[in-house]
Design a protein around this ligand. Sequence first.
Ligand SMILES: Nc1nc2c(c(=O)[nH]1)N[C@H]1C(S)=C(S)[C@@H](COP(=O)(O)O)O[C@H]1N2
Ligand SMILES: [Mo]
Length: 258
Amino acid sequence: MSTPRRQFLRLAAGMLAGGALAGCDRLSDNASFTGFLRRAQYLSRWAQDLLTGPDAMAQEFSEDDITSDFRSNGTSMPDSALYRELANAGFRDWALEVDGMVRQPLILSLAQLKALPSRTQITRHDCVEGWSAIAKWTGVPLSRVLDLAGPLPQARFVVFHCADPMDGSDRTAPQSTYYESLDLREARHAQTILAYGLNDAPLPVANGAPLRLRVERQLGYKHAKYLMRIALVDRLDGIRGGKGGYWEDLGYEWYAGI
Ligand SMILES: Nc1nc2c(c(=O)[nH]1)N[C@H]1C(S)=C(S)[C@@H](COP(=O)(O)O)O[C@H]1N2
Ligand SMILES: [Mo]
């Protein structure tokens, strides 16, 4: 989505929230209104759906548009003994765990993931730090994996747990790793894939090997690299900082629409 549209969405969401707030201070005493405010993070998502529909596709590009050298950002090599071991063995012993609110928990090897139907897409990655790049991604649609696991009716979000411990936290604690989340609709979008290929080559370590999320309608930080586990949950507020992602816990928006 173009920058003007993004600004418009921000504006629309801001006006709605601001307008609702302006009239009445006592609204904050009202439980359902505070509930509404808590849902304010979903407002820009709602405004975007109004404009483009929940199934709108991110723009796809041609081979000629591919940026010559897709850069790495954030972690480029997880500082983790387990990850190093897995990488040194060519990810032969790596597996993706799928658990939480599912009928059938799964443990999927890279070979099993590659044996599932795949999707290839050439898309533009937009990082909030001010760079963009176009690349070709190949992977399994997340909806395929969800179909195998069978989310329970109460499941609402997919949480992505990564291998890389983040600075400033206890590097030995498993909960100090990067994480992200999507609602089930975004998770089932046609362009939401678990990618193992970048520009027709195996996904490099710098870009999240062996498996990373691509969620093409949202900003770079949503695209969790170094996936280890995905969990179906009914709410995010009990997980880590409660905001649904490493950067979200530090103040970034959960719905990072482009
Ligand atoms: N596990 C993990 N995923 C991550 C990050 C990270 O540091 N760790 N950085 C995020 C950010 S801010 C961006 S812009 C992209 C960068 O992806 P790239 O390294 O393939 O360019 O990954 C996102 N996913
Ligand atoms: Mo980013």
